[in-house]
Design a protein around this ligand. Sequence first.
Ligand SMILES: [Zn+2]
Length: 483
Amino acid sequence: MKKYDYEIVIGLEVHVELKTNTKIFCGCPNSFGAEPNTNVCPICAGFPGMLPVLNKRAVEFAIRAGLALNCEIASYCKFDRKNYFYPDLPKAYQISQYDLPICANGYLDIYVDGQSKRIGIVRAHLEEDAGKLVHQGSITETAFSLVDLNRSGVPLLEIVSQPDMRSAAEARQYLEKLRSTMLFAGVSDCKMQEGSLRCDANVSVRPWGEKELGVRTEIKNLNSFRALEKAIEYEARRHMDLLDDDEVIERETRTWDEEKQVTRSMRSKEEAHDYRYFPEPDLPPLVIDPEWVKSIAQSMPELPDQAQRRLMDEYGLPPYDVAIITSTPQYLAYFDQCVAEYPQPKTVANWMMGELNKYLNQGNMDIAECLIKPGQLAGLLQMVDDGSISGKMAKDIFAEMFASGKDAPTIVKEKGLAQISDQDTLMRIIEEVLQSNPKVVADYRGGKQKAAGFLVGQVMKATKGQANPALVNQLIDKCLSAE
Ligand SMILES: [Zn+2]
């Protein structure tokens, strides 16, 4: 039975792989997709007695990420051992940061119903990634698992948010904003399908107005934006049903079952003391020169927040549009280049969010692979404006351009698609239509203005949609009122 109205409380823990050339504590390549266990040395394979050496570039990327997330950058921090056993962790401890993270107290702004909302970031700390288990089928049904240590020692930044999100949609927006911010900062390629962006969600619910947080569960294995939303919705609903039935919510770690669209219990939640954190004895504390941080800050490119403000202030675009346009640096560059040649930002935005996205999604493609260059899209939109083609024809031509990479004028010429804007040609067709529809013409003259719409439709049909509709309207109007 439903007892209360509930509020959902969500915090996210996001792991971002930093795209350094080499791993965080050794010189092995940091690259995805190599043959299993080929990017491995005694250090990242966890041989006893091997000493880690910190990769300066990983620290620089963590600082860049922290600045992009509006964090304070520590001038002094250290590494700690997080002890646990799992087959993908040969040392049986992970080098991480416990009480003194490199970045803290940041935030990201998202838009909720057109209003800006600030999501706090507690901390972002550096750590090494573990290896990867490859199961034969699913983890529960596999007869054996293989260990691939290529990922072991890849630098990770774990970014922990405040529990500031109140719906699955807000959580998704935050993750999207985080992703675009990391992409613009140039520190990670953030590919969820390759695991370079991974997300765990902490979910709890509480009766409306209640100040105390409810018991939370943590959901792992959220490897797409859609999975994140679905899993949070499912889990929050599960909590509400339990509370309504006076049952207890267990504090536990759960996993998202993509196939069945449910969360399942994995294990009871471990506490920090379960990991027996202690300072990493093989690495000295990390002292960061504020001058270095300053010079990194000065080299930061335009970030999504700045770009979003620019698009809203200069072009008056709505928050929904700017969030999509600033989703990746490549996407924003495409928009900027197109607007430079065709200065109607809202039209460009509509085409990018509409047709362009539709075909990119269908082909599972990145904008970098798109055959239509920004200037070519500008050329197509120009042809609509000067009346050479209709808006509807433009969509068909766009499809052709997307497949072949040809210019709009070339396609129009090859296919004979140009819009008929020649008055004499149109008048001949209009006269025919008027002659064969005397009743409609009479209706119009009798005061039924709407009858003109039918006549325009007939002309469009006779020209297979190629007549310039605005001109046809005008000409029919002229014919009928002249006589
Ligand atoms: Zn190595």
